[in-house]
Design a protein around this ligand. Structure first.
Ligand SMILES: NC(=O)c1ccc[n+]([C@@H]2O[C@H](COP(=O)([O-])OP(=O)(O)OC[C@H]3O[C@@H](n4cnc5c(N)ncnc54)[C@H](O)[C@@H]3O)[C@@H](O)[C@H]2O)c1
Ligand SMILES: O=P(O)(O)OC[C@H](O)CO
Length: 330
């Protein structure tokens, strides 16, 4: 039996813990960032603030004690919001033993450094690491609906171990050694999902939506390839797959933020109404543009999204400017 510590009791960490518990065969711990959340989870047997409606299996141990959560764990599955990953890993770094596998299931890019999550992990520890990413709404995974994701690691044994230990009748994992491509696919699709929401909020049509998704995948593929990822990876689950899901699925928080922006609401007001739930694209848009500048990659959709998010550009003007760009070859 392997011991797995899920670090982060938001919607996705909770859904992954439920999925792993349903699979069976593991000793499972779910770490909540605050004692208040941990107590609420234990008392109610449900994650009311972040994943209501799903009973937490009794065999998931819940704690807000981080060192206790990772003690003798074979796999640490980090599912914090991206901007909190560094402080979480730094906290446990002195306690890690060399063979403990650290996985990231977060989809974002660190502010300012523009590092991917596995790069943040590698900047703190030499432990073997990897990334889990792909089209996966927490509610659907928690409900046991068939879901397929990618486990990417530069260490083949890590990817194979995770594939074996996480796979179940409702969760299928594909291995990949393109960590950069998989990680950027997961983070960058959020920028396009925001834009897709804007289009919906503006009441534009299916033509516009299809154009946005298609040009969106072209744009995020360009950046991922410039950063060292493989084009083929972006055509997979953590690219086209996740882009289609979040650009069209109403469960996407990133898309929901975009819809509200498109309807004319202001970002601070929208974020205040999310009660601590994260829409990673709001922060990752600037980081994506930072990476794009570093590698000399053009990202017109991300540029317009950034202007709408942070410079009060009207969504209608953003669309107008995208349509007025000089003609290009596809
Ligand atoms: N929700 C999904 O369907 C889904 C699916 C795949 C990937 N993800 C990714 O998983 C990551 C986590 O998202 P989520 O949806 O589980 O979160 P969430 O929006 O449901 O909840 C936010 C979480 O952040 C925690 N938090 C707040 N401050 C913190 C701190 N200082 N340190 C650590 N944690 C802190 C809160 O306790 C809460 O658990 C994101 O990167 C997201 O993109 C989410
Ligand atoms: O709700 P979102 O927009 O964070 O999307 C959730 C997952 O990333 C979908 O794969």
């Amino acid at each position: 039996m392997s011991r797995i510590a899920v670090l982060g009791a938001g919607a996705w960490g909770t859904a992954l813990a439920i999925s792993l518990a349903r699979r069976g065969g593991h000793d499972l711990t779910l770490w909540a960032h605050s004692a208040a959340l941990s107590e609420q989870l234990i008392e109610s047997g449900e994650n009311v603030p972040y994943l209501p409606g799903f009973t937490l299996p009794a065999d998931i141990q819940i704690t807000s004690d981080l060192p206790a959560a990772i003690f003798e764990a074979d796999i640490l599955l980090s599912v914090t919001p991206s901007q909190h990953l560094r402080e979480t890993i730094a906290h446990i770094a002195p306690l890690l033993t060399p063979n403990q596998i650290i996985l990231s299931a977060s989809k974002g890019i660190e502010d300012k450094s523009f590092l991917r999550m596995t790069q943040v992990i590698a900047s703190i520890t030499n432990n073997p690491c990897g990334v889990v990413s792909g089209p996966s709404f927490a509610q659907e995974t928690a409900a046991g609906l068939p879901t397929a994701v990618v486990i990417a690691s530069s260490v083949p044994q890590v990817a194979q171990t995770v594939q074996r230990e996480f796979s179940s009748p409702s969760l299928r994992l594909y291995t990949n050694d393109d960590v950069t491509g998989v990680e950027l696919g997961g983070a960058l699709k959020n920028v396009i999902a925001l834009s897709s929401g804007v289009i919906h909020g503006l009441g534009l049509g299916a033509n516009t939506s299809a154009a946005l998704i298609t040009r969106g995948i072209a744009e995020i593929t360009r950046l991922a390839v410039a950063c060292g990822g493989r084009r083929q990876t972006l055509a997979g689950l953590s690219g086209v797959g996740d882009l289609v899901l979040t650009c069209t699925g109403s469960l996407s928080r990133n898309r929901q933020v975009g819809v509200e922006l498109g309807k004319g609401r202001k970002l601070p007001e929208i974020l205040a109404g999310m009660n601590g739930k994260v829409a990673e694209g709001v922060r990752s848009t600037a980081a994506a543009l930072g990476l794009a500048a570093r590698y000399g990659v053009e990202m017109p959709i991300a540029e317009q999204m950034d202007a709408v998010l942070h410079r009060e550009k009207s969504p209608r003007d953003a669309i107008k400017d995208l349509m007025a760009r000089p003609g290009r070859e596809e």
